[in-house]
Write a protein that binds this ligand. Sequence first.
Ligand SMILES: Cc1cc2nc3c(=O)[nH]c(=O)nc-3n(C[C@H](O)[C@H](O)[C@H](O)COP(=O)(O)O)c2cc1C
Length: 329
Amino acid sequence: MLDLSVNYLGIKLENPIVVASSGLSGSIEKIKTLEANGAAAIVLKSLFEEQILAESAHNISKDETFGYDVHDYISSYIRDNSIGDYIQHIKNAKAAVSIPVIASINCVDAQEWMNWAKKFEEAGADAIEINMSVLPSDHNRTSAEAEKAVFEIIEAVRKVISIPIALKISYYSASLANFVKTISWTRNVDGIILFNRYYNPDIDIENLKITSSDVFSSPSDNANTLRWVSILSQVIDEKVDLIATTGIHSGEDIIKQLLAGATAVQLASAIYIHGPEIIMSMLTIIEDWMKRHNFNSINEFRGKLAFDPDKNTVAFERIQFMKHFGGIE
Ligand SMILES: Cc1cc2nc3c(=O)[nH]c(=O)nc-3n(C[C@H](O)[C@H](O)[C@H](O)COP(=O)(O)O)c2cc1C
């Protein structure tokens, strides 16, 4: 009997596949279908800090620099996604399924919003995911200031809730390895999710317009996540999980992430593209591979191919670059 279970933020999951925060968990019917198809946990779509603050404070000023009225946009977003609805959604989801239900907050600053995390805990959320959406596009903000915001938020949230906390970050950091390691040392989070995927602009050269690139990831995006999971899995605090997301589209991709040291993976695009049935076929691929390689549990191979922290990662990466690209004329 193969054991696919993993310990995710201190919670036992039946397998390493978690449904990433998105509209996939927008209704109770969808959540039930995901559970029936093998999802081990689900993360609800994020509630945005702007929604939380604007609902009570109306403190978003009119800003014409984006070419449209931000205040109106956020107000209508709030109407569609009110906090009360979110709390009710957590309660309904908890009543409908037995897999863990994780609430998600997308934030940029440590403000009074974090008291809502307490309300999500009270509503029954099994954990809270903090999606730090601070992109380094502000040319007046230093990397130290951006990182400080992250440390402040996780410290503030840790003070108000006792359920596990996962932090979802982007790969934009001048010293990513050190940043992630230091976050883990604070023990203010139980897991770190690498990496969030952002809106990427594209340009329509015929109509001279800015458009957006694909909403969904592609399998080639997995390489970046794999690289960082591999570099970081053995250097962060051992009590903190590393969770892989972005570009994971197959059972083989999941095996790679586990070998690199991820505790679990989060999927969105693959489920949007192929439907929830993809989860079961990915689990079958993992099981078949484990049988072929005589592994009975995920713990037996997790991290087996992570970067060795005693080796010089920087020198290793430079030599690989020289080896792979240097010989091509
Ligand atoms: C349609 C859609 C909606 C998403 N909404 C959220 C969200 O509300 N909060 C969040 O943290 N991530 C959100 N994400 C990002 C996913 O949770 C995930 O991190 C990202 O898509 C990378 O995983 P993937 O390659 O499997 O898609 C969304 C992704 C998609 C495709």
